[in-house]
Design a binder for this molecule. Structure first.
Ligand SMILES: [Fe+2]
Length: 246
């Protein structure tokens, strides 16, 4: 079973992910040696980010060629993790004019919010994006305060047209007990649509997804594990329609 990571901070020097090309290579080696075929590189984009798209795509190309030189078989795909706040209309405008990247230029942007975001802002942003033809994938909703307080809001987010991506570190307890419990609820209710590494380094928040796949197979089902880490990610990479788990 090949695994696909749709959320990873593997590119060097653009955000708080890989610090150097050496770290990027280590991260890529870890992923490639644990059954991963492709990783979507999703550097943070915040309103005050000081890199432009040309820089991002240049770094992606350079990293890809370093991996090829070293014989590491891992495909790197362009994306961004786009931070939405009360100025989300402006940010979505940047997406519409192709100054920000969806995942592999599909209709699916990976978006994140502050952990203390208001419920209302999330719903409004989802509505605004879907009205413009984008289908948002919400990064780690299990980490948002309003979701932890009432996980039933996850269903509302999905009913509005969003899909949900759970982090590997959330079930491992990296983000604490309340995030872990929220992630477990999301999984047991089969509300998660993707699982991803959200890896930032080769040391702490790391890329490999094989252990997560195993954990999901044991604690949920093999079929759901494949759905979260292989089938749905592949559909996004091909810009195909995605569905919630049934
Ligand atoms: Fe991230």
């Amino acid at each position: 079973m090949m695994l696909y990571d749709i959320h990873c901070h593997m590119l060097p020097g653009l955000d708080d992910g890989a610090f150097s090309m050496d770290e990027s290579v280590l991260m890529a080696e870890m992923a490639a040696s644990h059954h991963e075929r492709a990783v979507v590189c999703t550097p943070h984009w915040l309103p005050d980010s000081d890199y432009d798209l040309r820089t991002l795509l240049g770094v992606l190309q350079k990293t890809g060629s370093v991996l090829r030189e070293r014989g590491i078989r891992l495909k790197l795909i362009a994306g961004q993790e786009i931070f939405l706040d009360e100025n989300y209309r402006e940010t979505v405008g940047l997406l519409e004019s192709s100054r920000l990247l969806t995942i592999n230029r599909s209709v699916y942007p990976l978006v994140e919010f502050s952990p203390y975001v208001s419920e209302h802002l999330v719903y409004s942003s989802i509505g605004y994006l879907t009205a413009r033809g984008f289908i948002p994938i919400i990064a780690h909703p299990e980490r948002y305060r309003f979701v932890i307080e009432d996980p039933s809001v996850l269903k509302r987010m999905k009913n509005l047209g969003a899909f949900l991506q759970m982090n590997k570190g959330s079930v491992s307890g990296f983000f604490g007990g309340s995030v872990r419990r929220t992630a477990e609820y999301m999984l047991s209710a089969r509300l998660a649509d993707f699982a991803a590494s959200d890896a930032h380094s080769p040391y702490r928040r790391t890329p490999p997804l094989n252990e997560l796949h195993e954990w999901l197979s044991v604690n949920c089902s093999m079929r759901y594990a494949d759905f979260l880490l292989c089938e749905n990610p592949l559909r996004v990479l091909k810009n195909e329609r995605i569905y919630s788990y049934t």
